[in-house]
Design a protein around this ligand. Structure first.
Ligand SMILES: Cc1cc2nc3c(=O)[nH]c(=O)nc-3n(C[C@H](O)[C@H](O)[C@H](O)COP(=O)(O)OP(=O)(O)OC[C@H]3O[C@@H](n4cnc5c(N)ncnc54)[C@H](O)[C@@H]3O)c2cc1C
Length: 444
């Protein structure tokens, strides 16, 4: 369908986590979009513990007008402050360190409570705008658009564009890609934020965000700048031991502690400190070849890349998606092009990004295989150190520095160059089409 300049595009956003809220904020600024938003929740609140605000996250919080609402509690240092440490969880041995950035345009990484991020975004959305208690249960596509049915029996639509921002277990993804399978990864995350006073007596806790690795699991410790202390862990738990839907459930310390008996003394004591934990069963699935469907459905955030929290930057990925989708609608509308063309551009920019992220996970798996094949076999400590060194090197830093605004600009410049060439008949149509090059991640 080609959109006439005077026509409004009817858009529905399903899900209002960080991704859905970012999409709403961007699209509310687009005059030709008639926006509706739905969430299954009865109230908009965030469960969980901390969330890292990396350089790419800050960039988008500024674009969303939500940065000022988040105190920037990590003061910029002179570059000598250790930002991250990678340690051997069995011995406590330091494997690698990285230092805080000092560049003026790169705010230091912060770790904040998740609800603060949610509140900062909600501050940019008119009260009552999101329709709550609307669990999407059915999607019907026709030539008139997409109609939605919710669990409470109500309906909405038709819409010209359906944005599935409904998280890792996305109902929109299930509809668009019925053969895609999500499964329990065999890993559970236990997370908590407690006062620093509860761990003040424990020796050997670094002042930096620290990953303590073992062969199968890790523990993350982070003394936050506001007197709180975050602990986030992974544990292996077979499916029969864990309720498959467990997400943000409170659990007792006994359920958590036994997983970390073999860790070094510092971590054993840290794990003993909380009176209660939150448990998250981790789900994941293969990469989708495309994050769009049928010319009028776009997946965004965790719905578009079921990576199971890998890289600790899912909110930033969702913000990047929302930015590109809004830009694509603006760009195609200006050119009198269709919604289906807009989401095709969105897909061309975002799918390669997710391909790159999945590739890193494949590299992790290859690293582990290569190290396992070393002869004579490495003892466990050496295995952990070698794998950590290989996985967490500077090569992956681009994820957190990635500037999708530059990538988008580069992309449309390439398209525009192709169009100009076509106009001037300097190239045959076919060649102009191929001028749409795949996007290579660029650093900020
Ligand atoms: C253990 C863990 C640690 C993480 N740490 C970090 C971190 O440090 N930094 C970071 O940036 N990211 C982190 N992430 C990832 C981050 O939490 C997610 O990537 C981010 O929340 C994704 O946002 P989203 O909006 O796509 O989905 P979600 O936040 O999952 O939101 C989905 C929304 O959709 C709604 N919904 C779902 N189904 C339906 C339906 N059928 N109908 C209507 N509404 C529906 C839900 O109620 C929810 O509001 C972590 C994730 C995990 C699991």
């Amino acid at each position: 369908m080609t959109i006439q300049p005077q026509e409004k595009i009817r858009v529905a956003v399903i899900g209002t986590g960080p991704g859905g809220l970012a999409a709403i904020i961007h699209l509310l600024r687009v005059p030709f979009v008639e926006l509706s938003a739905f969430d299954q929740a009865t109230e908009l609140r965030e469960v969980g513990a901390g969330i890292s605000i990396n350089q790419n996250t800050w960039r988008h919080l500024h674009l969303l007008g939500a940065a000022n609402a988040i105190e920037q509690i990590s003061a910029r240092g002179d570059g000598t402050k250790v930002d991250h440490e990678q340690r051997n969880g069995l011995t406590g041995e330091l494997i690698a360190q990285s230092f805080q950035k000092v560049e003026i345009n790169a705010p230091p990484r912060s770790r904040i409570e998740r609800y603060k991020l949610q509140n900062a975004l909600l501050g940019q959305v008119p009260k009552g705008f999101v329709q709550l208690s609307k669990e999407l249960s059915k999607i019907e596509e026709s030539s008139k658009g997409t109609d939605l049915t919710f669990e409470d029996g109500t309906t909405a639509g038709p819409f010209d564009l359906l944005i599935g921002a409904d998280g890792i277990r996305s109902a929109v993804r299930k509809h668009a890609f019925p053969d895609h399978r999500l499964s329990y990864t065999g890993k559970v995350a236990y997370r908590v934020i407690i006062p620093q006073s509860k761990v003040a007596h424990i020796k050997g806790i670094p002042k930096a965000a620290t990953f303590w690795h073992t062969k199968d699991t890790h523990v993350y410790t982070d003394p936050l700048d506001n007197g709180l202390f975050e602990i986030a862990t992974r544990a292996s738990e077979p499916e029969e031991d864990i309720k498959k839907v467990s997400w943000g459930q409170k659990v007792k310390p006994e359920q958590v502690q036994h997983h970390y008996d073999h860790y070094c003394e510092t971590i054993k004591q840290v794990i003993a400190a909380p009176d209660e934990w939150l448990e998250f069963a981790m789900f994941g699935g293969p990469r989708l070849e495309s994050v769009i469907s049928n010319g009028h459905i776009a997946l965004l955030g965790d719905a578009s890349h079921p990576l199971s929290g890998a890289f600790g930057s899912g909110a930033a990925f969702a913000f990047e998606d929302a930015y590109v989708l809004a830009q694509a609608l603006l760009y195609t509308h200006k050119n009198g092009e269709s919604v289906s063309q807009a989401i095709r551009l969105y897909d061309e920019v975002r799918s390669p990004h997710y391909k790159g992220l999945y590739q890193i996970l494949n590299n992790f798996a290859s690293n582990a295989k290569e190290i396992e094949a070393i002869s004579p076999p490495l003892i466990e400590n050496d295995f952990i150190n070698e794998r950590t060194r290989r996985n967490w090197n500077a090569e992956n830093k681009w994820i957190y520095e990635y500037d999708v605004t530059k990538v988008w600009k580069q992309y449309i410049d390439t398209i525009d160059a192709g169009k100009d060439l076509t106009k001037l008949s300097l190239q045959k149509n076919k060649e102009a089409e191929t001028a749409i090059v795949p996007v290579i991640p660029v650093s900020a």
